[in-house]
Design a protein around this ligand. Structure first.
Ligand code: SDX
Length: 393
């Protein structure tokens, strides 16, 4: 299998794992979920169907999809006492920090853990996580805005629920804009899984000790928060706004990114695996033009982003280092056009990545992967004798 990880006897300690969920080819810019190309899925599928595919391995029949949607609804009510926890946070708390805490807290109200053989309660844990995580993720926004916390509506679809949970207010009816819904569906699909990235590896590592699914995903949320990972989508918008406020001088910021004495990096550029282009960035860039056009949004930072990309792709520093726009470069521009505040961008990434985290955790447990235990290259002191305090200098 091209791209399959070669296994030496030491694979148990190497941190490498076997996975059948997502295939990446960094040179060719290929991304497939369970063998289906991201382009095909982004064009023809929807987020819940792709979630089913990623988690269970096959595209669902209509009956299977309806059953999954209904089983998710069975567990959509979040314990009311969870509100005591979110009320303990200041409104200024970053939503990702609140989400990591709330996700871990779900264990307190849903203590049943998946049995060691993953026979009995795995499906229930999957469905429970899909709905409860979505609800608490939107609560982080509602809390910051001072809005009442909404409940999942079991008569509505998964993505419709996301929009209502986020934006519906008791003071007036909430109508779902199909342009917004389609954009959200596509963005969630594009974020749904990505092989062994930092946050997914964290979920697998924590889960490998047989810690519960909520605890493992909470750790993944924390890893995703970092600006070098999922936090980049927020950092990209902050960077583009800084360039806009600085007269739109992209060359000045390219020079800063190349200056080794300057810690500034071009956020949304570069990737550990993709070395020619990130296929998701291509789809999102095209969607940005479409969505902003349909919504009649004229956001100057989109033009700045395109100008920055064009200048960087001509610059030897970026070309030699294979630095191209990644999934985070254009996504925030669409989120902003959809009315989502910058500090919620990484929570959007987490909602999209949830099925991938669940699927990877499930695969690791079903395959009875050994507890994660990478080794190290020791570069410290050789053996030496204890020095009494009186002789220390
Ligand atoms: C995600 O792994 C995944 O799949 C992640 C993800 C997913 O779906 O889960 O795809 C999501 O995290 C995308 C990446 C989002 N992060 C950013 O956009 C932050 C900015 N990018 C970088 O910090 C960086 O490119 C990384 C972290 C993404 C990748 O880092 P690498 O591969 O470890 O690259 P590196 O740090 O070793 O840098 C190699 C060279 C260095 O220069 P030299 O020392 O060779 O002179 O490239 C330079 C770096 O200074 N470089 C950059 C740069 N990224 C790397 N220079 C300027 N701007 C940048 N963005």
């Amino acid at each position: 299998l091209t791209g399959a990880i070669t296994y030496d006897p030491g694979y148990k300690n190497s941190g490498a794992c076997k996975s059948a969920i997502t295939f990446l080819d960094g040179e060719e810019g290929i991304l497939r979920y369970r063998g289906y190309s991201i382009e095909d899925l982004a064009e023809n599928s929807n987020f819940l169907e792709v979630s089913y595919l990623i988690i269970f391995g096959e595209l669902p029949t209509q009956e299977e999809l309806e059953k999954f949607e209904n089983d998710i609804r069975k567990y959509s009510l979040v314990n009311e006492e969870m509100k005591n926890i979110i009320d303990g946070f200041p409104k200024t708390a970053h939503p990702m920090g609140v989400l990591a805490s709330l996700t871990s807290a779900l264990t307190a109200f849903n203590p049943k853990v998946v049995d060691a053989d993953c026979k009995k309660d795995l499906y229930e844990a999957v469905c429970k996580t899909m709905s409860k995580f979505l609800v608490i993720a939107t609560w982080t926004y509602r809390k910051a805005k001072g809005y009442p916390l909404n409940y999942y509506d079991n008569t509505k679809s998964y993505v419709d629920n996301f929009l209502r949970l986020m934006f519906a207010l008791p003071t007036s009816p909430y109508e779902i804009d199909p342009v917004v819904k389609n954009a959200i569906d596509k963005l969630f699909i594009l974020h749904a899984d990505h092989e062994q990235n930092c946050s997914t590896s964290t979920v697998r590592m924590v889960g490998s000790s047989h810690a519960g699914l909520f605890a493992s995903i909470s750790a993944g949320v924390s890893a995703l928060w970092g600006p070098l990972h999922g936090g980049a989508n927020q950092a990209v918008l902050e960077m583009l706004e800084a360039i806009q406020n600085d007269g739109g001088d992209v060359d000045k910021y390219l020079a800063k990114a190349k200056d080794k004495d300057d810690s500034f990096r071009l956020m949304g550029f570069g990737h550990r695996v993709y070395k020619n282009f990130d296929p998701r960035a291509r789809i999102i860039k095209k969607a940005a033009d479409e969505v902003l056009g349909k919504l009649g949004v004229d956001d100057p930072v989109l033009e700045i982003a395109k100008k920055l990309e064009e200048a960087a792709l001509k610059d030897p520093y970026f070309v030699e280092r294979h630095l191209y726009p990644n999934v985070d470069f254009y996504s925030g521009i669409i989120y902003r056009a959809l009315g989502i505040p910058t500090e919620m961008f990484t929570v959007m990434f987490a909602i999209g990545r949830l099925p991938g985290w669940i699927a990877q955790w499930k695969e690791m447990r079903i395959n009875k992967e050994p507890i994660g235990r990478p080794r190290q290259l020791y570069i410290g002191e050789e053996l030496r004798s204890f020095v009494p305090m009186k002789d220390r200098k």
